[in-house]
Design a binder for this molecule. Sequence first.
Ligand code: SF4
Length: 220
Amino acid sequence: MPAKPPPPEHTLRHPTAALESLLTEVRACRACAQHLPLGPRPVVRAGAGARILIVGQAPGTRVHETGIPWNDASGDRLRQWLGVDDTTFCDASQFAIIPMGLCYPGRGKGGDNPPRPECAPLWMDRLLAQLPSIALTLLVGQYAQRHFLGARRKPTLTETVRAWQDYAPGFIPLPHPSPRNQPWFKQHPWFEAEVLPMLRERVGRILRHGRAPAGLNRWP
Ligand code: SF4
């Protein structure tokens, strides 16, 4: 097999150009098109200087239709959790948004299908390599937690979320903010009482203080 050509010279000199070049490549991905009922439409947002990374599950139908990450009821709740408005949330220089599966994976009996397994191995590490300023990664749901925490996860998502201090300062594990999880929120009042204030404080501090010190994040 012939060697892959080196990246264009401009992408070596300018991190933003390198990220934009990669995002163009990502958005053209068709790697698992045969498994996607609505076809490929990778939904990802990232700016080279972003400091907070949100790793969710996969787009739902509304996000697929609009191409806007978290543009649904789950996103409304997530923004409420973070204490940020739409404008701040949509600022790619503040928030990078990369789900475990970038395209809508279709629907099964119990709701949306899991993220396509081909996706994160193809793109996650390459995208993370272009985001050197990330100080905090929010792991929304079991798929993100499995990928980033590996054996450090607790036996259940609930236990992992409750043990958030074990993953500080680089990560905060969260449940999915889907309205379908309303019973979970009711059954675990400590999440709203303890975790959300900490989450808002961390996010607010990072947004207020500009570029965070390098090396706070720990990707395995
Ligand atoms: S889900 Fe991921 S791997 Fe599959 S087509 Fe979309 S971007 Fe490519």
